[in-house]
Design a protein around this ligand. Structure first.
Ligand SMILES: Nc1ncnc2c1ncn2[C@@H]1O[C@H](COP(=O)(O)OP(=O)(O)OP(=O)(O)O)[C@@H](O)[C@H]1O
Length: 575
């Protein structure tokens, strides 16, 4: 991500804001000159209305331009934050699953919400501040030199010493605020950790322990926050001491020279006014430099997020239909000598070869950790095979656009996540244009019709986070209905019957068999009842295909299958 490019996209507003700031600063700088003229006019008995009008005019211009500067720069900052968040949200949702899973969700949240604001606002405001403060300081010094260079030297010595002290303090403020930001972020992550598992915390009677841990984290944030405040509180007084010192020197020495006639009282007044005008921009200058440093750290964190590797689209997506047809054209899904390992693990799939016909029910069985879910994740192209080819409807998944692929394949995950929103919104998530008639049909197929009709709000019932308000089984059936509504050519079901009672399971099994008449349904099965009605069963063990066949064939020929089947038969009480 190029932040400079985004910022330069809003240069018109930024430049207008900076220009307003500079005009305001120029109006400020001109005021003491006219105060000097006014004093001379009074002393010499000339008309004073001209200088007074100028002073009032400059004062109004200064105030108006300061307001315009704050508004324009603030507006540009908000626009930049908006652009950066849009860009990040897009890249985040299109990032590769493996890269995304490596990050902590709390951390992503802080970067998206906190760092974007900090980086963009601080950088725009601090840059604008830097320009106008610098202008004020340089302009002030030039006018002061023009009035009396000796007084200027005295002033610069006093203010210089104070600035040095301020510089040291400002640097410490910066370090302390970085520590405070890390501490605050640690508190946020700690909070997210328990909020994500609140029922586990309660069931484990860990409330007191977790409260104590959070208190510890909150206390670190409090202490580093106090340090930032304490150092910040020293900054202004340090500059004030410098100002008062220089004021004392300028007035004492200046008055002495006024008495001898060496200096006009009007010049001394103008000089003292410039002295006051110099202090605030000097403090701002140091603060702006510190803020830019803080903003740079946030930019770094945003850039890391923007550089998450993205899901790749094939070179000529769309043309894939005719090009890379692999041998098993008739297969809905085919694996050919596929090897796959997660970045940090031993191979999860080893030389896997099988094919699934365009219609019918295929069950995949195997012990826990055998690689069943990994198999599905390769079909969806959440991960890419290291070697070999995975194809859907005869086309290598690597040659299909992700949209094409994920339209053809419907996937119901193990824990069937739902989103906050109404039941209807969840149902039509993969196919927003679905008609009521089609929705009703899938509700009937997934045995949810009666349940939804019994709800006072029906399809418009609001669900909580992750489908809160539904039972585990209802959540799963809703996820299945959502996938069926998508009318995919291939349906992948992961452990979908795990939460169901036997009546609902039987109804759902019939629905799955119905669905399998027109499309390929591949289901990871732990229940023997699903396996018994499958047209073919693939036995997976330690990442490799052990055997393929019907229940009867495998009971005869495969020892692992026999063991699994016997355990499940007993577990589900079918025997
Ligand atoms: N994101 C991941 N990163 C690293 N290793 C993983 C990841 N996901 C799974 N694995 C490993 O890959 C292997 C296969 O896992 P997979 O989830 O495919 O098995 P499974 O057969 O679906 O198991 P289960 O029936 O328990 O769900 C396991 O050894 C697992 O530890």
């Amino acid at each position: 991500m190029n932040l400079v490019r985004i910022i330069s996209g809003h240069r018109a507003l930024l430049l207008a804001g900076i220009a307003a700031g500079l005009v305001g600063a120029a109006a400020s700088l001109a005021q003491p000159l006219f105060v000097g003229i006014l004093i001379r006019a009074v002393a010499e008995g000339d008309s004073i209305s001209g200088p007074i009008l100028w002073i009032v005019g400059l004062f109004i211009l200064d105030a108006a331009m300061s307001a315009a500067n704050a508004y324009l720069i603030g507006r540009a900052g908000e626009n930049i934050v908006f652009d950066v968040r849009n860009l990040l949200a897009g890249r985040l949702l299109r990032s590769r699953v493996a890269a995304f899973q490596r990050m902590e969700s709390g951390d992503i949240f802080t970067r998206m919400v906190g760092d974007t604001t900090l980086a963009c606002m601080v950088i725009t405001q601090a840059l604008a501040q830097l320009v106008s403060s610098l202008f004020m300081v340089v302009g002030g010094v030039i006018f002061m030199a023009w009035i009396d260079w000796q007084l200027l030297v005295a002033t610069l010595i006093c203010l210089g010493a104070a600035s040095l002290v301020s510089l040291v303090i400002a640097r410490q403020v910066r370090v302390a605020s970085l520590v405070n930001r890390t501490d605050t972020s640690a508190f946020g992550s700690g909070l997210q950790r328990v909020l994500g598992a609140i029922t586990t915390v309660k069931a484990s009677r860990a409330e007191a322990r977790e409260t104590e841990r959070l208190e510890g984290l909150a206390d670190s944030a409090r202490q580093s926050g106090i340090r930032v405040t304490a150092l910040g509180a020293l900054l202004q007084p340090a500059m004030n001491v410098g100002t008062q010192l220089s004021l004392a020197v300028v007035i004492a020495w200046g008055m002495a020279r006024v008495t001898t006639g060496e200096l006009h009282a009007a010049d001394l007044t103008a000089f003292v006014m410039y002295l006051f005008y110099l202090v605030s921009p000097l403090v701002m200058l140091f603060l702006a430099l510190g803020q830019i440093q803080q903003g740079r750290a946030a930019v770094q964190r945003i850039t890391e997020l923007a550089e998450l590797p993205q899901e790749e689209e094939p070179q000529a997506a769309g043309a894939a239909e005719d090009s890379t047809r692999v041998e098993m054209v008739d297969a809905a899904v085919a694996f050919e000598s596929v090897w796959f390992s997660y970045e940090d693990g031993s191979p999860a799939l080893r030389d896997v070869t099988f094919s699934v016909p365009r219609t019918g029910l295929t069950a995949i069985v195997g012990p826990s950790g055998a690689g069943k879910t990994s198999l599905f994740q390769l079909v969806e192209r959440f991960h890419r095979a290291d070697r070999g080819a995975v194809s859907v409807s005869g086309v290598d998944v690597a040659d299909m656009s992700l949209d094409q692929l994920r339209t053809k394949v419907g996937y119901v995950e193990q824990d069937a996540p739902l989103l906050r929103g109404t039941i209807r919104e969840n149902l039509v998530y993969a196919r927003p244009e679905a008609e009521d008639r089609q929705i009703e049909e899938v509700l009937r197929l997934s045995s949810l019709k009666d349940f939804v009709e019994s709800l006072p709000q029906g399809l418009d019932t609001e669900l909580g986070e992750r489908g809160l308000g539904l039972s585990g089984g209802q959540r799963q059936r809703l996820a299945i209905a959502r996938t069926l509504l998508q009318q995919p050519e291939v349906v992948l079901l992961d452990e979908v019957t795990a939460h169901l009672d036997s009546d609902t399971e039987a109804a759902l099994r019939d629905a799955v068999i119905d669905a399998a008449q027109q499309r390929a349904v591949v289901t990871i099965a732990h229940r023997i009842s699903t396996v018994l009605r499958a047209d073919r069963i693939i036995v997976l063990d330690r990442g490799a295909v052990r055997a393929i066949g019907t229940h009867a064939e495998l009971m005869e020929s495969d020892e692992v299958y026999r063991r699994l089947a016997e355990q499940q038969l007993q577990a589900s009480g079918v025997q």
